[in-house]
Design a protein around this ligand. Structure first.
Ligand code: ATP
Length: 241
C-alpha cells in the first residue's frame, strides 16, 4: 500500500523537555487518520516538524515519497496545512484570500481560478467567494482556510485541532466536510483531543507524552467500548469529552 506520510524515529526537545520520543508511523494514501492526544501530548510539536517550522536531527520524515530534510520544497509542495491559529486576511474577500495563496504556489490566471472554484465547491463555500473574510462566522472562516489549503492540490492535508473555538454545529459541519475530502489522492491527518471528531472507520494514532501508544482503526482502538473510555484508560486524560 502506498504511503503518503512516513515518520521514522522522530524525537524533539524543548531544552530539557523531551516533547517527542522516537515517534514512528506511516499513513496510507487516501485515508483519514486522526492524531488523538490530550493537551501536551506533542501534537502541535509534531505538526511543527511536519511543516518545517521546527527541524530535528533525530529521525526522518517523508511526504509523498520526498524526504522533508533533503527535498523540502518538493515535500512541502505536496502538503496542505491548516494551523490551529487562523491565518487569513480578514480585510480581503474569500476569493482574494484564495488567489493570494494560489499565487504563492505559482498559480495564476484561469488555472488558478479553476482550482479556487473547485476547492471552494469541495467545502461548500463558493457562494461566499465575494464576501470579506471578516463577515464570515468562525465555521465558514475555517472552511475557507481548508479550501485554501487544497488549492495547490496537495496529497496530504494536515489540520491541527481545526475546530478549536467553534460551536457544536460548525464543528460537526467541518468534521463531516473533511471526512468527505479523504480518498482518491488525498490523505487527511487531523490532530484533535476530541474523540467525537473521529469515526469508527478512520485510522487513529494515540499520542501521549510524546509517544505513540497505538495506531490502528479507531474501531479497533475503541474495542468493545466507546472510544472515549479507551482513550481515558490509555492516557488518564480527563479533558477528552
Ligand atoms: N515552546 C515550548 N517550550 C517548552 N516546552 C514546550 C514548548 N511548546 C510545547 N512545550 C511542551 O511540549 C509538550 C508537547 O506540547 P504540544 O504543544 O506539542 O502538545 P499538544 O498535544 O499540541 O497540546 P495541545 O492540545 O495543548 O495543543 C508539552 O509538555 C508542552 O508543555
Amino acid at each position: 500500500m502506498a504511503q503518503a506520510l512516513k515518520v521514522e524515529n522522530v524525537s524533539f526537545n524543548y531544552g530539557e523537555k523531551r516533547a517527542l520520543k522516537g515517534v514512528n508511523f506511516a499513513l496510507e494514501k487516501g485515508r483519514f487518520c486522526a492524531l488523538l492526544g490530550p493537551n501536551g501530548a506533542g501534537k502541535s510539536t509534531l505538526f511543527s516538524l511536519l511543516t518545517r517550522l521546527f527541524v530535528t536531527r533525530e529521525g526522518r520524515i517523508e511526504v509523498a515519497g520526498f524526504d522533508l530534510a533533503k527535498n523540502p520544497r518538493k515535500a512541502l509542495s505536496r502538503m496542505g496545512v491548516v494551523f490551529q491559529q487562523p491565518t487569513l486576511d480578514l480585510d480581503m474577500t474569500v476569493a482574494r484570500n484564495m488567489s493570494y495563496f494560489a499565487a504563492l504556489h505559482g498559480l495564476a490566471g484561469r488555472e488558478a481560478q479553476r482550482r479556487i472554484d473547485e476547492a471552494l465547491d469541495r467545502l461548500d463555500m463558493r457562494a461566499r467567494a465575494g464576501e470579506k473574510a471578516r463577515a464570515l462566522n468562525g465555521g465558514h472562516r475555517r472552511r475557507m482556510e481548508i479550501a485554501r489549503a487544497l488549492v495547490h492540490q496537495p496529497e496530504v492535508l494536515l489540520l491541527d485541532e481545526p475546530t478549536v473555538g467553534l460551536d457544536t454545529a460548525s464543528r460537526r459541519a467541518i468534521t463531516d466536510h473533511v471526512h468527505d475530502l479523504a480518498g482518491g489522492g488525498l490523505t487527511v491527518f487531523w490532530a484533535t483531543h476530541l474523540v467525537d471528531e473521529i469515526w469508527p472507520q478512520d485510522d487513529c494514532i494515540v499520542l501521549h507524552r510524546g509517544e505513540v501508544l497505538i495506531h490502528d482503526k479507531a474501531a479497533t482502538v475503541a474495542g468493545d467500548r466507546p472510544l472515549i473510555d479507551a482513550f481515558i484508560d490509555m492516557t488518564g486524560s480527563e479533558t477528552a469529552a
